[in-house]
Ligand binder design. Structure first.
Ligand code: TEU
Length: 534
């Protein structure tokens, strides 16, 4: 549908966790029609694509990341007709649609797995990773599940173990089997034929395991047993590269599509190795999102990512997703959104596709739950050491009506109690709200080629307060100055740009177009200051 083949570079991608976005059927769970109803809101925000966390039938052991049918819609989310409608209405508004494909594992309720466990000679048996007990008895090797315990589950009837990196209800597929490979490539085709614009691939670098299934080497240091292993043999096997090549060819044959991979347990360099012309368009590198509130650490994360990609692929940045504490909860103090604005400005002015997560634009905070309310398997297993991921998955806060306007009935997870004060409707009407801040910067990013496509030069930090970088095209230079601290501070223009005259392009705290003629400038508390070369 896209006239612009670079939509995924120029655009902003907005992740929706469908069960928490908007409920139109009064079952407490968001749905596809809910998303369709909110497309005008998203178009007005200025985003260019929505990535939908899994919308396929699932027993919800891992809330959609355990798929029981790759080519159908979970009835709680709607029907295929609802999906077609959502796709059509999104495209009408120039919003692309990206689906989340979870192809490393299925649900144990997927018909393939049900067949697979029937008998050792069932045609589907080898579609999963089955293995006899070790000669001494017990699991075939030392691989563990990141969700806790052994990675192997014994099936008494078969007398064999199957492997699962995540819950035991999420058996790993055997991508080495030609029929599995074909069936999964057909999943891409099925959705491409329907007109979707791209995919997010869940833990793609886990698809292949070492063919011999050897024990992983041990490590001395690490919090959990999982962390005290080098994950050498169950992730990042070389067979992934030719497969990515094949996936990319398939996608390219459908026009200007996009595929972003979620890299699991990976360094920026290794993540970058999966990106390029004949591989993924993009992959997620978690360094920025894991940075503490320190200019030095953000600077390092940005430089590392740029360096790792070596110009081979277009960068991307995110601070939030459905697996991590929201950035507002990580960085903001109380209800003050000053730091959330700094985050927004950074995300929207860096060189690379920004990924946003629903509710980020209004600074939604994580909900806190009692042990008995936890739904996420990670939280159930590791409480209270790790409370799991429910916190960042609470219902979207639309307005101050009952259940924050998300649903007319009790939602699947509680609404954050701050919704009366923090919601879309309220922030729309407040000129200085976080929502309006996002909108202004999204607008600026679209208007200015330097912000959109320009080069990036990260300037060396002068102090612990200011993160600064230049974005440049041959015709335009923009200097971005972000104050990470509450106190105001004087910024000295570095030598390489000291002879330049700068005008204010954006700041909430001063007049646009104001000229800066001094060698230094006073940056106010948590100020975002964008200067354009005169
Ligand atoms: O995430 C993989 C992953 O790295 C996380 O499971 C991570 O280990 C966890 O959040 C730590 O708390 C993807 C999905 O994003 C996640 O939602 C799924 O649970 C997982 O894969 C399995 O599909």
């Amino acid at each position: 549908m896209s006239k612009n083949s670079l939509w995924w570079q120029n655009g902003i991608i907005y992740q929706i966790y469908p069960r928490s976005f908007m409920d139109t059927t009064a079952n407490g769970i968001g749905d596809l029609n809910g998303i369709t109803n909110k497309l005008d809101y998203l178009a007005d925000l200025g985003i260019d694509a929505i990535w939908l966390s899994p919308i396929f039938p699932s027993p919800d052991v891992d809330f959609g990341y355990d798929v029981a049918d790759y080519v159908a819609i979970d009835p709680r989310f709607g029907t295929m007709a609802d999906f077609n409608h959502l796709l059509k209405e999104s495209h009408k508004r120039n919003i692309h649609v990206i689906l989340d494909l979870v192809l490393n594992h299925t649900s144990d309720q997927h018909p393939w797995f049900k067949e697979s466990r029937k008998s050792r000679d069932n045609p589907y048996h080898d579609w999963y990773i089955w293995k006899d007990p070790s000669p001494r008895g017990g699991p075939p090797n030392n691989w563990l599940s990141i969700f806790g315990g052994s990675g192997w589950e014994f099936d008494a009837q078969l007398g064999q173990y199957y492997y699962h990196m995540f819950c035991k209800g999420q058996p790993d597929l055997n991508w080495r089997h030609p029929e599995v490979r074909e069936a999964l490539l057909n999943v891409f085709k099925f959705w491409l034929e329907r007109g979707v614009d791209g995919f997010r691939l869940d833990v793609f670098n886990m698809y292949f395991k070492h063919s011999e299934l050897p024990d992983n080497p041990k490590k001395l240091i690490g919090l959990r047993p999982f962390d005290r292993q080098v994950h050498k043999y169950e992730v990042s096997q070389p067979e992934m590269y030719p497969l990515l090549n094949e996936i990319r060819k398939l996608l390219d044959s459908y026009g200007s599509t996009f595929v972003v991979g979620e890299t699991f347990l990976s360094s920026p360099e290794h993540t970058a190795s999966y990106c390029g012309q004949d591989k993924l368009h993009a992959a997620f590198n978690f360094e920025l999102a894991k940075s503490p509130w320190k200019v030095k650490r953000f600077t390092r994360a940005i430089k590392n990512w740029e360096k790792a990609l070596e110009g081979r692929a277009w960068p991307n940045y995110f601070l939030n997703n459905h697996d991590m504490t929201r950035s507002s909860s990580r960085y903001c103090q109380d209800e003050d959104d000053a730091r959330a604005k700094v985050c927004a400005a950074m995300l929207l002015t860096l060189r690379g596709t920004p990924f946003m997560y629903y509710g980020e634009e209004i600074g939604m905070r994580d909900i806190s739950l009692k042990h008995s309310q936890i739904l996420d398997p990670v939280g159930k297993r590791y409480w209270p050491f790790n409370k799991g991921r429910d916190g960042c998955r609470a219902p979207m806060q639309w307005d101050d009506s009952v259940n924050a306007g998300f649903s007319s009935t009790a939602p699947w997870l509680p609404v954050h109690p701050d919704y009366i004060l923090r919601n879309v409707s309220k922030q729309k009407s407040e000129p200085s709200s976080l929502l309006n801040f996002y909108k202004q910067l999204i607008h600026l990013r679209k208007e200015h080629p330097a912000l959109n496509q320009g080069n990036l030069s990260v300037l060396d930090p002068q102090n612990k307060s200011i993160l600064s970088y230049l974005r440049q095209t041959p015709g335009e230079s923009i200097l971005i100055l972000l104050n990470f601290k509450q106190k105001q501070i004087t910024y000295q223009f570095p030598k390489q740009i000291a002879n330049q005259n700068w005008r204010v392009l954006f700041s909430e705290k001063r007049q646009a177009k104001e000229l800066c003629q001094e060698q230094s400038i006073l940056i106010l508390s948590y100020e975002t200051l964008l200067l354009v070369a005169d």
